[in-house]
Design a protein around this ligand. Structure first.
Ligand SMILES: O=C([O-])C(=O)C[C@H](O)[C@@H](O)C(=O)[O-]
Ligand SMILES: [Mg+2]
Length: 430
């Protein structure tokens, strides 16, 4: 490889992956959810892979940008945002709503976040290819790992046993609709993957029920750090009541209430740290949230923060303000888990176990899916991301996308299949 190594080919492949009926404040996960898989091939014939959100607008931008990467140097990543933005300007984006502060599960939906999410998929693919060209792991290309294993927390969800329509994907986890069900799910997570901390996705039931589930988890796992995340569904008053009930039990509350202003009001009156993946989701949201001390932990998602280098930049900003950084996730596969693990391995101040949805997925597009042991994933030292694309599986999941009309995640629509009048609720819900 040399400075003149260029990208010869780019493939952007939309897929649908199966997803269990996990509940949240908006509704329930659909049986299938979209992801985009990106492959870049250099003029030396070396490939790199990336993964990002697959909903219509992300896909349109990725498909518009892909061909423009052909002929570009493999090492050129610093202007990806500008180049992907230019491609985004050429496509018709349907679903921008900058006014949505909290009702989305990951904050406002802005064009910048859409572009960042697409950038991240390409950045990871370029880093993977560069790693294969140079024989270096991605963490080395990011400055080197400071740990050999990255700890994840068991991401618990209230859930139905199965999707409502026969023939849709099934698993053997069973329902979890009350504290006993949540504890049972956690036990299985602990036995199978060794998770030492747990996060419960809240906002599905009234706060008292969810507080009871956290207390039940505390009783069952007295040493485990615990978190509860209702995605902004509570008022300031309710958040303070929950905080009072969970002080000394939870390690942090995640997005108890909507928006920086309300988070700051809660933070001022509790000693429980507040974490977010909703009110600090892009750099322009940082000043207000940090100067008002609305949040103490930022849950970065390398997809919508714009990639692995951007996550390192965010870590530096957090360090400057004395804030903690950890990681958010959304339904994802092994390429994203590899990317998350590599970047997490490079961040010295990572004191909280990261989130991952990966244990809920029954499918993957890599040949050897990751193994969680003692709640952690090993950081690989093999070239690139250390994972290999499973082409058969990619083709099958793409075929599913072609044969289906599911193009976007819509948890409220999935809920309407059981409760026809359901709409995602107005905030605060409680
Ligand atoms: O921490 C979070 O807010 C998430 O993980 C967002 C996700 O969309 C989660 O709510 C889910 O998968 O339902
Ligand atoms: Mg969250």
């Amino acid at each position: 490889m040399s400075e003149s190594t260029r990208i010869a080919e780019v493939r952007v492949t939309p897929i649908l992956i199966s997803d269990p009926p996990l509940l949240n404040v908006q509704g329930v996960h659909q049986p299938y959810t979209p992801r985009t898989i990106i492959e870049v091939v250099t003029d030396n014939g070396v490939s790199g892979i990336g993964e990002t959100y697959g909903d219509t607008d992300y896909l349109k931008i990725a498909q518009a940008f892909g061909p423009k990467l052909v002929g570009q140097p493999l090492t050129a990543r610093n202007d990806l945002f500008a180049r992907v933005s230019a491609a985004a300007a050429e496509v018709d984006i349907a679903q921008i709503d900058n006014t949505v502060v909290a009702e989305g599960l990951r904050g406002a939906r802005t064009e910048v976040k859409l572009v960042h999410s697409v950038v991240s998929g390409f950045e990871v693919a370029l880093l993977d290819a560069l790693g294969h060209e140079t024989g270096l792991p991605v963490h080395a290309l990011l400055g080197g790992k400071v740990r050999d294993r990255v700890e994840y927390s068991g991401y618990l969800f209230y859930r139905w046993a199965e999707h409502p329509v026969a023939g849709e994907p099934q698993d053997d986890w069973g329902a979890a609709l009350d504290p006993a069900g949540v504890v049972e799910q956690a036990r299985r997570f602990a036995d199978r993957y060794g998770f030492k901390s747990f996060k419960l996705k809240g906002g599905a039931f009234a706060p008292e029920q969810e507080v009871a589930a956290i207390h039940a988890l505390h009783e069952a796992f007295p040493d485990a750090p615990l978190r509860l995340d209702p995605n902004g569904a509570w008022s300031v008053q309710t958040s303070l009541e929950v905080a009072a009930a969970l002080e000394g039990v939870a390690e942090y509350l995640e997005d108890p209430t909507a928006g920086t202003g309300q988070m700051a009001q809660v933070a001022a009156k509790t000693s429980l740290p507040l974490a977010t993946n909703m009110c600090v989701t892009a750099i322009d949201e940082v000043p207000a949230a940090f100067t008002s001390d609305a949040v103490q932990v930022v849950l970065s998602d390398h997809h919508y923060w714009g990639g692995l280098r951007a996550t390192q930049d965010l870590a530096a900003v957090c360090r400057t303000y004395g804030k903690q950084l950890s990681m958010h996730s959304n339904t994802h596969l092994g390429i994203s888990l590899a990317a998350m693990t590599h970047v997490a391995a490079t961040i010295p101040e990572l004191y909280y176990a990261c989130d991952t949805h990966r244990p809920w997925q029954t499918e993957d597009v890599i040949t050897v899916p990751h193994t969680f042991t003692d709640g952690a994933v090993d950081v690989t030292d093999t070239p690139g991301l250390g994972v290999e694309l499973d082409r058969e599986s990619l083709a099958a999941l793409h075929r599913r996308w072609l044969d289906s009309d599911v193009r976007d995640r819509d948890d409220a629509a999935a809920m309407r299949r059981v409760h026809p009048d359901w709409t995602a609720p107005a905030f605060p819900v409680w």
